[in-house]
Design a protein around this ligand. Sequence first.
Ligand code: PLP
Length: 245
Amino acid sequence: MAAAAAENVAVSALRSVVLRVRQAAERSGRDPSQVRLVAVSKTKPVSLIRQVYDFGHRRFGENYVQEIMEKAPQLPEDIEWHFIGHLQSNKVKSLLAGVPNLALVEGVDNEKLANHLDRAVSNLGRNPLKVLVQVNTSGEESKSGVDPSGCVELAKHIKLQCPNLVLSGLMTIGMRNYTSTPVNFRMLSRCRTEVCKELGMAEENFELSMGMSGDFEQSIEMGSTNVRVGSTIFGPREYPKKQPN
Ligand SMILES: *Cc1c(COP(=O)(O)O)cnc(C)c1O
């Protein structure tokens, strides 16, 4: 029956994104297994995430603490959750306690936040937590992302002063409206070169999280190892309407 055979919309969108990720990697002579796809599910219901999970996808990204804390316990424990974007220091404790299967924090942009994460991991006795340093590559005034000139210092702090964190790479959002340009991607790549040189780390093992719905293929061609794709998989986000006062 046609209806029974019809695949869920999000699952078929994911399928197509997975294919495009692989093709972009191959086009640029890279191993497709070196590019991770994070399905960004913010504002989307657990039932929809579940369908994508049942298809076999395991990596999901959220960027509101309260939302991920509500969703994570309703979903299987083998999901690798990524917290993406701005995180407030005072929410770290509840985030880590509430989401034991948090795999990566994409968006450490100051030492205070790094210290809070480090301490919370230690207090909970969980495995060391992987983190990426978030870099503001657009120069736009924004609340998150360290200036490129400060990325070495912050990376060094995490590597040397935060024994419970694993410095795994860099991340950028690009512009405030969630788009990026080749300039943003090149800037992040340059930051990686500097950080790796300064800390004596191998660039091949240091991640670049860049690329979203509109530009993930281009970002892969420019070296991304982690793309964060939301609306192309799950459809446009629906934010609750503000109540009139
Ligand atoms: C929402 C979000 C995304 C996904 O954006 P899309 O354009 O919907 O793919 C990626 N990264 C971060 C940090 C986000 O907050």
